[in-house]
Each structure stands twice: as C-alpha cells, then as structure tokens.
Design a protein around this ligand. Structure first.
Ligand SMILES: [Zn+2]
Length: 76
C-alpha cells in the first residue's frame, strides 16, 4: 500500500481522529483507551506530501495517514 510505519511516541493534537480507523487485524476501532496507552501503530505514506512552516519557524512535514493498527490487539 506504499506506506511505512511512523515511529512515534508522545501525543499529537488530533489523536481523536485515530478513532475513525479500524484495526485491520481484529476489525475493532481504535478507542480512547488504545490512544491513552499508546497501543497503536501509525502507517503513513512513504513520502511527505507537504512541507509547512509555522510562524515560529518550525518546519513540518505532512504525511497521509493510511492505516492505524493496534500494537497488541485486545481480546474481548
Ligand atoms: Zn487490533
């Protein structure tokens, strides 16, 4: 699918968007609990589609988020 895993730790502003993704392995949606425990892996496009610069001269790269899956799928 032309995606690479984003090595990411910490949090980001719009983590609620992750809840719109369904894990391809267990077919469950990503939950608040998964987000708070960092129990997810992000797969992004293998190239950046945009370079941005904020007013404070911090540069950013925008990637397409292609897929989100659990690090560890939880049993029911
Ligand atoms: Zn899962």
């Amino acid at each position: 699918m032309g995606a690479v895993e984003l090595k990411f730790s910490g949090s980001f502003e719009r983590s609620s968007y992750l809840k719109e993704f369904q894990c391809p392995y267990c077919d469950k949606f990503i939950t608040d609990q998964d987000i708070s425990k960092n129990n997810y892996r992000l797969w992004v496009s293998d190239y950046a589609n945009e370079v941005t610069k904020s007013e404070s001269s911090v540069y950013g790269l925008d990637f397409w988020l292609k897929s989100v899956e659990h690090l560890n799928c939880l049993p029911d």
